[in-house]
Design a protein around this ligand. Sequence first.
Ligand code: 5GP
Length: 197
Amino acid sequence: MNFLEERILRDGVVREGNVLKVDSFLNHQMDIELFDEIGKEFKKRFKDCDINKIITIEASGIGIACVAAKHFGVPVVFAKKSKSINIEGDVYMAEVESFTHKCKNQVVVSKSFLNSDDRVLIIDDFLANGCALQGLISIVNDAGAKVEGIGIVIEKGFQNGGRTIRNLGYHLESLAIVESMDAEKSTVTFADQEEYK
Ligand code: 5GP
């Protein structure tokens, strides 16, 4: 079991509706020592990739991406959520349905901060159905930039996002892959990551 899986077992809480709460260390209160380990691990897993920018999505991805960026020595751009239908200005835009909030957001990235020279690592906290990732991928593609890799902290392997993204040929690395979880029994099991390569 790796450092993250141990932490999930210790402090994660399983909620009804396939939601894993990790807000005591990942996406509300944030354990920066843990973030540093996560950043180090992403750097190890993407060591052969030529990355010049990290992209994530507001809000939970930002802290993780920033600490990871220290290990890559690159800037972070986050896709901003915007409720407005008519988005002004020069932006790349995608529509993303929130798994946890069940609403649709438009997310935007300014054309000033993403262009066809960029080689991007996409980072996010969770991967469930893959909607957030598909939105970020489409923004990177619209810019003519290249997705060098995708780093996810927690993938829920029993939802279909990871399979879809891997089938599209992307280099996706998830630091913990939840195989199953049970809210009533308060249990979480992890998948063998070798099986997801
Ligand atoms: P997807 O777009 O892959 O369906 O969902 C990914 C997004 O939904 C992540 O950015 C994350 O914020 C949120 N999310 C999905 N599943 C969970 C979960 O089990 N727990 C928490 N805390 N967030 C989740």
